[in-house]
Design a protein around this ligand. Structure first.
Ligand SMILES: NC(=O)c1ccc[n+]([C@@H]2O[C@H](COP(=O)([O-])OP(=O)(O)OC[C@H]3O[C@@H](n4cnc5c(N)ncnc54)[C@H](OP(=O)(O)O)[C@@H]3O)[C@@H](O)[C@H]2O)c1
Length: 247
């Protein structure tokens, strides 16, 4: 007799799984019995997570990738498709947040933010869309932010990238009647995201802004909720904030 987990198991490609929300999501979905293909640049972290989850009986493949390279997304999707003959879900989670005021002119950081947060999401969509269209089903989950709904000083480029992810998600949702599209917008979550801010004033301001934070598991559960709905139910948007935070 098949277990419940194997009956409902989906083939899921997840980017940004080497820390924070992606790592928690990989744990959560693997423990639900799904077939996971987890990607990021830090292969050592991915492999440690893969080994930990396999030791529990999870089906996890670690794949090194950089979302700014479309061929890397094609490769992880091809690997999953070759093994299972289908791709059920893509979670576009990889992201960066090197916040600064525009006047600091951190042009390289602006470009990196757009390359990872916007182009990275598009590269993921490009890799799965033809397969999902041919299947007549599929689910693309894009991780945005409360910064997809509101702008703060020092966050203009990051918020622009997340507003773009929101626009892309809603456009994609309207263009297809077979593929589910979900935008998950977290408030502040404990992770490494703010560790890479190079602007000292913004780093200090972020310490207060990020004082109240959700555990990443809370966002993992929101993603899993959207995935678990039937094919004809599209949870198109979820905003998940810490109860005690105004942000
Ligand atoms: N934490 C929050 O407060 C918060 C709030 C709202 C939205 N979010 C969003 O949640 C998502 C996950 O962030 P997090 O909070 O979990 O931060 P995190 O701990 O810094 O994780 C970011 C992940 O993205 C990966 N990544 C970065 N650049 C990449 C690239 N070029 N190619 C492939 N992977 C890349 C990182 O892996 P490697 O470095 O190994 O590549 C890491 O796994 C992001 O989209 C973020 O904008 C977070």
């Amino acid at each position: 007799m098949q277990s419940i987990a194997s009956v409902t198991a989906k083939v899921i490609v997840l980017t940004g799984a080497s820390s924070g929300i992606g790592e928690a999501t990989a744990r959560h979905l693997a423990r639900q019995g799904h077939y996971l293909y987890i990607g990021a640049r830090r292969l050592d972290r991915l492999t440690a997570l893969q080994d930990e989850l396999r030791a529990e009986g999870g089906h996890v493949e670690a794949v090194q990738l950089d979302v700014t390279r479309p061929e890397d997304l094609q490769a992880i999707v091809s690997q999953a498709h070759a093994a299972h003959g289908r791709i059920d879900v893509l979670v576009n989670n990889a992201g960066v947040m090197p916040l600064s005021p525009l006047a600091a002119l951190k042009i390289d950081e602006w470009n990196r933010t757009l390359d990872v947060n916007v182009r990275g999401v598009l590269h993921g969509i490009a890799a799965v869309l033809p397969i999902m269209q041919a299947q007549g089903q599929g689910h693309i989950v894009n991780i945005a932010s409360v910064g997809a709904h509101q702008v703060w000083p020092s966050s203009a480029v990051y918020c622009a990238s997340k507003f773009a992810v929101r626009a892309i998600s809603d456009g994609l949702r309207q263009e297809t009647d077979a593929i589910r599209v979900t935008l998950v917008s977290p408030g502040v979550v404990e992770s490494e995201l703010a560790d890479h801010i190079t602007d000292e004033t913004t780093r200090a301001a972020m310490r207060d802004f990020r004082r109240i934070a959700l555990p990443p598991q809370a966002v993992a559960q929101a993603i899993a909720y959207a995935i678990a709905q039937p094919d004809d139910v599209d949870v198109s948007e979820l905003i998940v904030r810490p109860t005690a935070s105004p942000y």
